[in-house]
Design a protein around this ligand. Structure first.
Ligand SMILES: [Zn+2]
Length: 208
């Protein structure tokens, strides 16, 4: 974790430990780095319009990566014990993440489902689960799998599923420059992976 320049809590005693802000990022270190980027692109970080930019960028990264040292699975630990054996699906959970290859935003919607086997959680918890895994440097494939796996581990359901549709600015504003392109990933676990009828049902539910 040392190369992150960032530690999970304020208690580290390593001599080069960064000063951790309440947002859990080393504001001063990001500020310095952003000034360097501004110099490197030929800008003048001392001109009026850019004076506060390093600090703003540092705070923005604090928000965008706030989930990094959080375990989003905790949101699934307040459960109700219900005899409900139909699919629970929350569609269109908006999320914002940053791709770990370019540190550029990717944003979209997650659809999350599970087939309970006794344990049920509030729908808002599914949204918090997505949020927690999204707020860190990510790749969409891993984000999708982490959400489905967390549901399996915490709720022991018959199955879980996550489909994510997202637009990656590293693809739409640079590189391939394909505006409007949407990347779709899915992770199916348990019965949704093993049983073709269940799989077909969940996929059609998720696509509305
Ligand atoms: Zn990228």
């Amino acid at each position: 974790m040392a190369e992150h320049g960032r530690k999970p809590g304020p208690t580290s005693d390593a001599s080069d430990a960064p000063k951790i802000s309440p947002g859990n990022v080393d504001i001063g270190r990001i500020e310095k780095a952003v000034r360097e980027i501004l110099f490197a692109i030929g800008e003048d970080p001392n001109r009026e319009g850019l004076l506060k930019t390093p600090n703003r960028v540092a705070r923005a990264y604090g928000e965008l990566t706030a989930g990094l040292f959080e375990d989003p699975r905790i949101h699934l630990r307040t459960v109700f014990h219900e005899r409900y054996d139909e699919v629970v699906l929350l569609r269109d959970i908006e999320f914002h993440s940053i791709c770990e290859h370019h540190l550029l935003p990717f944003t979209g919607r997650a659809h999350v489902a599970y087939l309970p086997d006794g344990k049920v959680v509030g729908l808002s918890k599914l949204a918090r689960l997505v949020e927690g895994f999204a707020r860190r440097p990510q790749v969409q494939e891993r984000l999708t799998g982490q959400i489905a796996d967390a549901l399996m581990e915490e709720l022991n359901p018959m199955g879980s599923a996550c489909v994510i549709e997202a637009t990656h600015t590293c693809m739409t504003i640079r590189g391939a420059k394909k505006p409007g392109s949407v990347m779709v990933t899915s992770a199916l676990r348990g019965i949704f992976k093993e049983n073709p009828a269940s799989r077909a049902e969940i996929i059609s539910l998720m696509h509305g």
